[in-house]
Design a protein around this ligand. Structure first.
Ligand code: FMN
Ligand code: ADP
Length: 263
């Protein structure tokens, strides 16, 4: 479908996320077609389509979505080698360093920064949580024959992170994928998607999902024996949740704050 003319909504989705959101995705960052940073100035981390199977969402509508994401860098060495990297295409050579021209000039004071949040806003040991916009589909402008998941994290990274495990919580739908008259029109719409993402995630009901246990590696809701939440370790070494309720005794260092599980 060719992009319709006309202005776009500044915010996407209702005041509170509605089903099917939040949707959980996770997978290793693999190599895509290499166009994101080279041609568009907007790097997009690809994860395998099987990432959609986690909640049984393989048939999710193609389109542009937003949410929160984290990266686990500890899996990089097991998913890459010095000469090859897992790939969505047949090409497994190590890609050139990505370039990101899109985000730096888009920030404004009234929206969440592209700087990452930590769930507790206290400690650096907890994973950084990045505002994220993604495209799921066939990239009609490039007429791809296979469906792909292309994820842009709203952050300037010093280096690539192929092989890292990316966990994603999708909270809303922005628009369908379109074909465009030229590359500049595609880039302009993606830049507006970034702004829509910043405004949409700035709402309280969306911001609180940045603390969801899924983003720190949890296996999903309802797992036996696990209760995820923000904890603080007291002088007695005991972990308590934000309401002061004891959730564990193997807390460790006094004053530690993070996201974890009841023991
Ligand atoms: C927010 C966002 C919106 C996008 N919208 C479209 C779109 O409407 N049409 C399209 O053909 N591709 C769209 N794309 C996909 C880009 O064309 C794709 O990321 C690019 O081809 C890079 O792919 P690669 O990383 O596999 O090289 C979008 C990507 C992002 C991140
Ligand atoms: N802000 C970012 N968002 C997503 N990926 C990024 C970002 N900054 C750097 N990258 C890196 O750039 C890669 C994507 O670059 P891109 O040119 O789209 O290549 P590919 O086609 O291999 O996905 C990601 O896999 C990741 O390693």
């Amino acid at each position: 479908m060719v992009r319709p003319n006309g202005p776009r909504d500044p915010i996407a989705g209702p005041e509170h996320p509605q089903p099917p959101f939040p949707l959980k995705l996770r997978g290793p960052v693999i190599k895509g077609f290499g166009r994101g940073s080279k041609e568009l100035g907007i790097p997009t981390a690809n994860i395998p389509l099987s990432g959609l199977s986690i909640g049984g969402h393989d048939d999710l509508d193609s389109g542009i979505y937003y949410g929160w994401a984290t990266l686990d860098h500890s899996t990089i060495s097991q998913n890459t080698s010095s000469t090859s990297v897992l790939s969505a295409t047949d090409d497994t050579s190590v890609p050139e360093q990505s370039k990101n021209f899109a985000v730096a000039d888009l920030e404004s004071a009234s929206v969440p920064p592209s700087r990452p949040l930590t769930p507790s806003q206290v400690q650096d040991e907890t994973p950084k949580v990045y505002p994220t916009v993604l495209s799921i589909g066939y990239n009609p402008f490039y007429a791809n024959t296979t469906r792909s998941i292309e994820i842009h994290l709203l952050h300037l990274f010093p280096s690539d992170f192929y092989g890292a495990t990316l966990s994603l919580l999708i909270l809303g739908f922005i628009r369908p994928e379109y074909d465009y008259v030229d590359k500049d029109a595609l880039v302009e719409d993606i830049r507006e998607d970034i702004r829509v993402t910043q405004r949409s995630l700035a709402r309280d009901a969306y911001g609180k999902f940045a603390r969801d246990g899924w983003l720190v590696g949890a296996g999903g809701e309802g797992e036996e024996g696990e209760k995820e939440g923000v904890y603080k370790v007291g002088a007695d070494g005991v972990k308590r949740d934000s309401a002061g309720v004891v959730i564990g005794s193997r807390g460790g260092q006094k004053g530690n704050v993070g996201i974890g599980f009841a023991e």
